[in-house]
Design a protein around this ligand. Sequence first.
Ligand code: XMP
Length: 512
Amino acid sequence: MHELVAVLDFGSQYAQLISRRIRECGVYCEIIPHDLPASELRALGPKAIVLSGGPASVLEEDHPGLDPAIFELGIPVLGICYGLQLTARMLGGRLERGLAREYGPAAIDIDDTGRLFAGLEDRLDVWMSHGDHVSVPPHGFTILAHTPTCQVAAMGDDNRKIYGVQFHPEVVHTPRGKEILRNFLFTIARCSGEWTMKGFIEESIRAIRAEVGNGKVICGMSGGVDSAVVAALINRAIGNQMTAIFVDNGVLRAGEAEEIRDTFTDVYPLNLDIVNASEKFFAALSGVTDPEDKRKIIGRTFIDVFYGEAARIGGADYLAQGTLYPDVIESRSAKGGPSATIKSHHNVGGLPEDLRFTLIEPLKELFKDEVRLLGRELGMPDSILQRQPFPGPGLAVRILGEVTKENVAILQEADRRVSEEMVKWEGYRDVWQSFAVLLPVKTVGVMGDERTYANVIAVRAVQSMDGMTADWVRMPHELLARISTRIINEVKGVNRVVYDISPKPPSTIEWE
Ligand code: XMP
């Protein structure tokens, strides 16, 4: 087994970022609920424990806590922000309620240039985000850094190997944050940093074989990168015991089903089964306008189709899908974890409670960029790996209002023109997603001498690292003009195009 760092999650939006940074150091890391008992945590055998930040105040009753025995395990601990405050509080330090929330850039002065801050300058730019602060560290701790308004910007106890920082080393606004994490991981916790994709593949293959034995697996393919990589990985592990199923649900992009067939029969052959179930999906979606309802209906219909296919191939006990780490975190929060629920989306959201398959989700510990690395390691071509993400519910969440065949046809045509123009642009490689959205409003236009009253298409193009945050693409006006002209002139039923200039947060990438 690879060595593990456990990030205990107190509801920080940054818990995943902490995890990413640690993995970037070649150390495998998992986010774990903050209330896991110390005995269970010890059983996981972590080399180090990181306590994340979080929105609560430790000065309030009922704040999320942690099993105090965790501090007695002899495993190095690093508390970040809320994690530091909780450490201070639980080990006997003093905390003060901040008069105002300190949020944004700050400079810390280093009081101890060993251990956590070894090899770094005496003054560091950091990103602060906190209300309360530690005024007196617990017995046995020394102050490692301070700012004029925050006496304890970092503290540590070398004997117990427990440390804490008030700022966020995981965000890019703390330029030397990675070095601080590296000092913790390698100097203090003595991690080896040998986690690689090759190792991950070997371990996954072993685990899949052990779990499935002689059983049969069906793998739901969406045409996106994640499910393609899952299918390739499982195929590597158990060959034709796996059937990859691509469901044409009627809300795909133009030409998608054909593209998938060509790719996975010629370019990267897999045991692929294409099922046309579009009528079933349209019937289920008829009259439905609520985004959450749409997602759930689509999820359920997928599962129905999978049951049918499982029966057709003589029974399959397992369903594999390309759930990624961010999906797991979001569905965990949907089930009452400490962070807020944003949308009940992704593969996990639409599954029925009484699912008759055992789920196999070999990517559920990975981030998107790691999945691409994994695919590369499995010999998959860029034509598959560099595809833009596409949501499981497809165009249904890009048609605001009811999904009808007519609406799908309009959106497919508009979307095809967005894609055709985008791929010609030299900046395309840096675009996370670019697509069209069909709005449920009609506006007045004039074409020739005729008044028109037709649909509006919104164009969305975003840059992102992992889909968790995103910003709209500053694309050239000429490109926007070409997209707009083509859509308005060539797509019947559209007389207006707008460009979405909203970042995530506060908006989301998809409109539903
Ligand atoms: P949002 O809209 O939440 O999307 O900012 C973030 C990323 O996730 C994709 N997405 C989905 N993917 N099933 C999926 O497989 C879904 O239900 C779903 N909803 C959003 C979205 O395209 C973006 O990349």
